[in-house]
Design a binder for this molecule. Sequence first.
Ligand SMILES: CC(C)(COP(=O)(O)OP(=O)(O)OC[C@H]1O[C@@H](n2cnc3c(N)ncnc32)[C@H](O)[C@@H]1OP(=O)(O)O)[C@@H](O)C(=O)NCCC(=O)NCCS
Length: 157
Amino acid sequence: MNPLPATAPVRVRRAERSDLDDLVALEEASFDSDRLSRTQYRRHLDSDSARVLVASANHRRFLGTAVVFFRQGSAVARLYSIATRPDARGMGVGSALLAAAEDAARQRGCRRLRLEVRVDNETATRLYERLGYRRFARVAGYYEDGADGWRYEKALD
Ligand SMILES: CC(C)(COP(=O)(O)OP(=O)(O)OC[C@H]1O[C@@H](n2cnc3c(N)ncnc32)[C@H](O)[C@@H]1OP(=O)(O)O)[C@@H](O)C(=O)NCCC(=O)NCCS
């Protein structure tokens, strides 16, 4: 795989059925537990209460993904998952996905975006804090393997 030039603009689009193989492969490469299955991804692609986003740049059409959930009548959207392909990390893909997730939430009329992250995931917590997320709770045993999670929130203007 060619490396991503540092200057390549990252684009974010809505995921399609043809992204399913990449979505599942990235999920497996990125998470040891609490993974979304192919069936779950397929359902989210068709669901009104979810938005699956995919980042691309130049000729590389799949660099990362983010999944946002919405609840009817709720002003709070939830970032359920975000991941960048290991060979494309540190180049702004995660930041672009997060910005697009916020836009998607705003378009749905949501006022806040919330997320959970493992307390030992320093890369992700740094990213969230840099982009204006505020840590407001620690959730004991949040993950399938018993790990605690931080809960973060950002107000969407
Ligand atoms: C967390 C994760 C999604 C971040 O994705 P990413 O694409 O590497 O994110 P970014 O490149 O936008 O930001 C990461 C770092 O690269 C740096 N960076 C951002 N834009 C950059 C650019 N254009 N050029 C070089 N470096 C850049 C940022 O400064 C950032 O460092 P910092 O957070 O210390 O400030 C990625 O590490 C990942 O997939 N991890 C595994 C899955 C995971 O843990 N997901 C979160 C679950 S809650």
